[in-house]
Structure formats: C-alpha cells, structure tokens
Design a protein around this ligand. Structure first.
Ligand SMILES: NC(=O)CC[C@H](N)C(=O)O
Length: 398
C-alpha cells in the first residue's frame, strides 16, 4: 500500500499498525499523531455524527464509503454533549480527497473542521484493503500521524503503536462524561424547522452520561420527558433523590468491564428499585454485567448504519445503526434475563430484558444519528413502561 510508483508525491500522513504495517496517504485535519484502535464504519452518510460520537474515543474511524466530506460540516449535527471537550474519534481515514462542500446546511469544510476538533486524518488510501485487513486480523492498534513536510520518525511511530495497551481494560467513560448535572430540553430535528424544545414535560428521566449522544436525549425529550443528565460517577442515592420516573444508561467509549468500580455497582443498586431502566450500547453492556452476565472483545466489531437485528419479542427485523467493539456474551446471561435482540450478521447479543420487570437494553443505536430510524420504537417502549407505572395510557409502539 505504498505511494504509487509513478507519483513523486511525498506522503504527508501515515497509518502505522502495531504489527509494523505502514500505510501512506495524504494528511488532512490536525497535524501531529494519535494512538488508538483502528476500526471501519460502513455507514454511507453521517460522518459528522460518527466522528463526534463520544463512544469513538480512543478510536480511528476508517470510512468504507469512498466520498467523505462533500456535504461539509455544520453546527447542528454534532453528537457529543460538550463540544469543548471534543470527545469522539481521534483519527479518520478516507479513500477520496475531501472536496469543497456542496450542501445548503454546510457551514465549514471538513478539513478545517477536523483541524479545529483536533482529529488527525488521512486520505488517498485503499480503504477496502485496510478493511479487509481488519476483517482478517481483527481490530488493530495503530498510530495515525500527519506532518505537512512529510517528515516522520517511523521507528518511533511503530514503537508507539506496538506499546499501546489497546481498549481492553481501558475505562474511557470517565474522560468523556459531563462534569456536572444539567437539564436537556431539545427535541428531534424537523426539516425546515430545526430542533424544538420540550416545554411541558410529563415524565422525568435521569440519564447517566457515560458519553451520551445528543440524539438520545432529544428522542427522550420528544416523548415528553424532562431529561436530567448526570455525570457517570453519580451515586444511586443521588439519582434516586432526583425522583426519576425512568433511568437511562447511555452509550460510551472503552471497555464496559473497566467501568466496574463506579457504574456497575450503581446499576446494581438502581435495580433494587422498581423504576424503569433503559440502556443503550455501553449502558446495555454494563446492565448485563450488573445482572451477572459477561462482556467480551469482538474480532472486528460492528460499526455502520446498515446492520440487521431481530427483535425476538415481536419477530420483526430492524435495520440499525451500530458502533461497538465489545459485546455481551448471550450465553452468560443468568436466569431471569432474556435475550430480546440478536444480530442477523453474526448472531451476537443485541438486547436483553429482565423477565417481568421494566428493565431492558439494546446493543445497537435506536437513536440512529446517523442511520435508519427503524428502532425509534424502543424509546416509545421505554416511555410506555414509565407511563404504565404512572397509570397513563400507552403510546403506539411502532
Ligand atoms: N457505542 C457504545 O456505547 C460502545 C460501547 C463500547 N465502548 C464498545 O465498543 O462496545
């Protein structure tokens, strides 16, 4: 994968894998380097949402869709809660060079936006070959480096990539969570109107922020919730003192088993109440750990917006957004915990529910952003569990 022999171009960016593989490309975005896990994402749209999803902290995203950047960037499509913290992917890999944006919502060029967010990026490589390599050998630790003068200390980059401990055992939720509690009011985006505001909430949801995506909070607010967002290390007593009608456990980066000291014990305490609980992705994995299940690292992970998942409770198949490199071992689930959803790609666990209790979670991303909206019904399922507790009529689920 070296520079084509007929060009005299000097590579200005490198992706150096832990096994010593060096991939040369054209640099864009921030200069410098970042060490992380390199994964591939098969979504065809939504690069801004993907790169700002805090669950991608500690990761470099290779986009399999070849043209990234042609709709530019805007201020509305970011997913991390606190833009100043710039939680999200640390690196990005594209096939084609980024062109000038052509979209009525564009406010900036992707290259400038990447620079501002501190994301190191590389373009002009065979992303299919890199994806095939990840599929064959598994998610790889790597360094992405960008130097406009083309000067790299390759031996040092190789050392850095090989020395990095990787995501297993790494707690990153504590780095991306909000520093303080806040109330979220914004409701989902409507074409020609933009985002709305929830002014008359009828239920109260406390959302534990392990790296939460904004669109989750919007969908909760859109269903009539006052959403109080609390930091990842908030205790069960503090959460219960807020008198929530429902508790939401968010997505987030890193190894779910590594957050064991603060998240899992709190979830165990919350499970002693009868308050409805809903978890997404990292929240799903930690709920599974709290009920006695196990999580494990995946070979190539699931990152995309086109994954088929079956809901066993209805028999329906939904096409979903995915972003995870760890998974719940479906075989580890104890009695009283049902497997509600499975991936139709590899049969891996995608959802659990506690038998006879208002507690459930999913591995995929029903909030989409980006991706199809097939799984939005899960938010209504959660709202209905809360409404049932309050003696209010159910909303239509689909
Ligand atoms: N999107 C997420 O919440 C990801 C969860 C976890 N960090 C994983 O990679 O599996």
């Amino acid at each position: 994968m070296a520079t084509a022999p007929w060009t005299t171009e000097i590579p200005t960016a490198l992706l150096v894998l832990a096994d010593g593989t060096v991939i040369e490309g054209r640099g864009l975005g921030a200069t410098g380097s970042a060490v992380a896990e390199v994964c591939f994402n098969t979504a065809m749209t939504g690069y801004e949402e993907i790169l700002t999803d805090p669950s991608y902290a500690g990761q470099i995203v290779t986009f399999t869709f070849p043209h990234i950047g042609n709709i530019g960037t805007n201020e509305e499509d970011i997913e991390d809660l606190n833009p100043a913290a710039r939680a999200g992917a640390v690196g990005a890999v594209f096939k084609a060079d980024v062109t000038d944006p052509s979209n009525y919502r564009a406010r900036d060029h992707l290259d400038r936006w990447l620079k501002r967010r501190g994301i190191v990026a590389l373009a002009g490589i065979d992303t299919r070959a890199l994806t095939a390599l990840i599929r064959e050998k598994g998610l790889a630790n790597a360094v992405i480096a960008h130097a406009p003068d083309g000067k790299f200390d390759i031996a040092d980059l190789k050392r850095q990539a090989a020395a990095w401990s990787g995501l297993v055992g790494l707690d990153l939720a504590k780095d991306v969570t909000s520093g303080q509690s806040s109330v979220w009011k914004e409701t989902p985006w409507v074409w020609n109107e933009g985002y709305g505001e929830q002014e008359k909430p009828s239920i109260h949801v406390v959302a534990v922020d392990y790296g939460v995506k904004r669109n989750i909070l919007r969908l909760l607010a859109g269903l009539g919730a006052k959403v109080t967002v609390v930091p990842a290390k908030t205790s069960a007593d503090e959460i219960l003192a807020m008198k929530p009608d429902g508790i939401f456990l968010s997505n987030g980066p890193g190894d779910p088993a590594a957050t064991g000291e603060y998240a899992v014990p709190v979830i165990k305490d919350l499970l002693k109440t009868d308050i409805p609980i809903f978890g997404i992705c990292l929240g799903h994995q930690m709920l599974a750990l709290a009920v006695g299940g196990r999580t494990q690292k995946m070979h190539q992970g699931h990152h995309g917006a086109n994954h088929p998942v079956k809901d066993h409770t209805t028999g329906k198949v939904e096409i979903v957004s995915m972003n995870h490199g760890f998974a719940v071992d479906g075989k580890s689930l104890p009695q009283g915990v049902e497997e509600t959803h499975v991936s139709l790609f590899d049969g891996s666990n995608c959802g659990i529910a506690l038998t006879g209790r208002p507690v459930f979670s999913v591995q995929h991303h029903p909030e989409a952003s980006p991706g199809p909206q097939d799984s939005h019904y899960l938010f209504r399922r959660f709202a209905n569990l809360i409404r049932e507790m309050k003696g209010e009529p159910a909303l239509a689920e689909r």
